[in-house]
Design a binder for this molecule. Structure first.
Ligand SMILES: [Zn+2]
Length: 314
C-alpha cells in the first residue's frame, strides 16, 4: 500500500487523476504508480515554469508507458504543475500572484495560490520523496543548451551528482540555490534531486521531449526502480562548479555576441548594451574560459535581468 496526497494505492496499481493541492480549486494532472515491489519513491515534476513545455509530453508519455508490474517503488508524475499559467499561455510564474515556483519557496499556509501550492509540496510531497526530478527548459527568450543543476548541499550532493552522471546530459552544474522546488527539498528536507534544462523558446519539439523522457528512464534505472531498453549515455558529462550568471545593471537594448553552447575565452565579448539611439552603454567580457549554457536573446532588458550564464572551466 502506498499513501500519498490523500490517495491509497495497492501494489501494481496505476492511477491518473487531477490532484487538488491544499483543497484549492486548482487542477494538477498527475499519475501515481505503486510498484509491484517495494523501492524508492521518485517524484517527477514538469512545467513548474509555464511555457517550458518539453517536460510535459515527456511525463505524459512515460506515465502511459510504465508498467506497474515492472516497477520497484513508487512513482509520482506531475504532468503540469503551473496549470493556470499553462492554459493562459503565461511564461514562468503563476499568473494568479506572480509566484515563482523555482525561487520563492517555501510559501505559506493560507497565502496566495503560489504560496499555498509551495506549502503543499513542503508538507505533503517532500516528506514522502526519496528523489525529486524537475523538468525545465529555457524560456521564450532564452536559448539554452541541455544541462542540469544539482544541489551542492553536503547531505545530498553525492546522491544527486551520482544520479546526474547516470543521465544523458552534457553539462552538470553545481547549484547553491535553496528557494526553488527541487532545491528547497534538497537543502531543507535532505531530498536529493536534479533540475533538468532542455529546449527553449516556447517551442515543443520531438527531440527535446525525447531527451527529457530518456532521462526519466535512465534515472529510474539508476535508482533501481525500472529496467528499460534505454541505452546508456556514451559520453562523459562535464561538471561545472562555477557558473557566472551575468545580469544587467540597467535597462537597455541587449545585443548578445554569443550563442548557447559556444566556447568562450577569457576577455571575449559576450554582448553589449545600447540605448535607444544606438549609443553603447556597456560591454560585457568573459571572466574566464568556459561554455555558454544559456543567454537572453534580446532585445529589451531591465535592471537585474539575466544576460548570459556561462560555466567556467576551472
Ligand atoms: Zn524553468
Amino acid at each position: 500500500m502506498w499513501k500519498i496526497c490523500g490517495q491509497e494505492l495497492e501494489p501494481g496499481e496505476k492511477r491518473q487523476l487531477m490532484l487538488k493541492p491544499d483543497g484549492m480549486d486548482y487542477e494538477l494532472p498527475a499519475t501515481l504508480i505503486c510498484g509491484k515491489e517495494p523501492g524508492k519513491t521518485l517524484v517527477v515534476t514538469a512545467q513548474i515554469h509555464a511555457g517550458e513545455y518539453n517536460g510535459t509530453p515527456a511525463v505524459i508519455q512515460a506515465a502511459r508507458e510504465i508498467a506497474p508490474g515492472k516497477l520497484k517503488g513508487n512513482l509520482l508524475l506531475m504532468h503540469c504543475v503551473n496549470t493556470s499559467g499553462f492554459w493562459r499561455q503565461h511564461w514562468r510564474t503563476l499568473p494568479e500572484d506572480g509566484f515563482n515556483l523555482n525561487s520563492d519557496y517555501p510559501g505559506r499556509p493560507g497565502g496566495t495560490v503560489g504560496e499555498r501550492l509551495a506549502d503543499w509540496f513542503v508538507k505533503e510531497i517532500f516528506p514522502e520523496t526519496d528523489f525529486l526530478l524537475d523538468l525545465h527548459g529555457g524560456s521564450v527568450n532564452e536559448p539554452l543548451t541541455p544541462c542540469l543543476f544539482f544541489p551542492e548541499a553536503e547531505k545530498v550532493r553525492e546522491a544527486s551528482l551520482a544520479a546526474a552522471k547516470a543521465l544523458d546530459v552534457p553539462y552538470l552544474i553545481a547549484s547553491g540555490a535553496d528557494r526553488g522546488e527541487y532545491s528547497y527539498a534538497a537543502v531543507h528536507h535532505d531530498v536529493p534531486g536534479l533540475l533538468l534544462e532542455r529546449g527553449y523558446g516556447g517551442f515543443c519539439r520531438d527531440e527535446w521531449v525525447a531527451g527529457h523522457k530518456r532521462n526519466i528512464y535512465l534515472l529510474l534505472r539508476h535508482l533501481g526502480m525500472y529496467e528499460s531498453s534505454e541505452p546508456e549515455a556514451d559520453h562523459e558529462p562535464r561538471v561545472y562548479e562555477h557558473v557566472v550568471y551575468l545580469e544587467s545593471e540597467r535597462a537597455g537594448l541587449w545585443y548578445p555576441a554569443v550563442r548557447e553552447n559556444d566556447r568562450v575565452a577569457k576577455g571575449q565579448l559576450l554582448g553589449r548594451l545600447e540605448d535607444m539611439f544606438g549609443n553603447v552603454v556597456q560591454e560585457f567580457y568573459a571572466e574566464g574560459d568556459g561554455v555558454v549554457l544559456y543567454y537572453t536573446g534580446g532585445l529589451a532588458v531591465r535592471k537585474g535581468d539575466s544576460l548570459v550564464a556561462y560555466g567556467l572551466d576551472d
